[in-house]
Write a new protein. Sequence first.
Lengths: 149, 70
Amino acid sequence: MFEVFQVLHGFLIKIYKEGSNISSESQENQENSDDFGVDDPADSIVSPSLVSVYLVEPRQASMAVLKFSGTLGMRNRFDRQSATIMAFSHFVLQNLACKYMLADIQGEFTARQCVSCTDTYTGSMDRRVLSQNESVLTLFDPMMRTPCG
Amino acid sequence: MIIDNEEFVAKALVDVGHGRGDVTLQEQVRLLSADLVHLKRMDFFAKSFFAHVAQEDAKITCAPFSCNFV
C-alpha cells in the first residue's frame, strides 16, 4: 500500500514523584472493601503523584508549513495535493457520519518515518518506490470539529 | 531529547493568553491527551484512506512541487 502522506507520531510523558497521598480511586476502593469487610493489600500502597506531563513528537526541522484548512475555514485550491488532502478530510467526515471532521490540517515535508517505505501503490500517479530518505508530507497538529463546535 | 538517534521535542502547556502562565495539571493532561488522540485518530483514518484509495484504484498524490505542473 502506497502512503502519499503520513501522520506525525507522538506520545505522552508523565513525570511522577513518590507521594504519601492515596489517590481518590484507591480511597474509593478502600471504602468499597470496608463495606465487605475485606482489606485489599493494594490499598495500602502509596500512590505516586503526577508532577508534569509532556506531549512528545519528533522534532520538525522544516519551517515551511503547508496549510490545507484552518480552524474555521478551508483553503480553496485546485491542485492535486490539496485535492488529495480534501479527499482524505471528506473520507474521515463520511466515516464518522458527519459527527466529527478534521480541521486545521497542516503539514510539512519530512523524512519518511514508517517502516513500509518500499511499498508501492500502482494506482497512484506516483508509480515509483519511495526510498527511506525521500521526503513525504507529514501532517501534524490536527483538530476535530463537531456540529456543536 | 534524543531517543534512538531521533530528535524529539516535548511540549508542555503554558497559558500565555491570560498572562498567568498556569494551567492546572488536570487540564494539561486533558488537553495534551486530546491532542494525542487527534493525532492517533488521524493516523488511523489515513491508513483506512489509503486502503480505500487502493481498492478504488483512485489517483492521489502529495509529491512536493508536483501539483503546479500537472
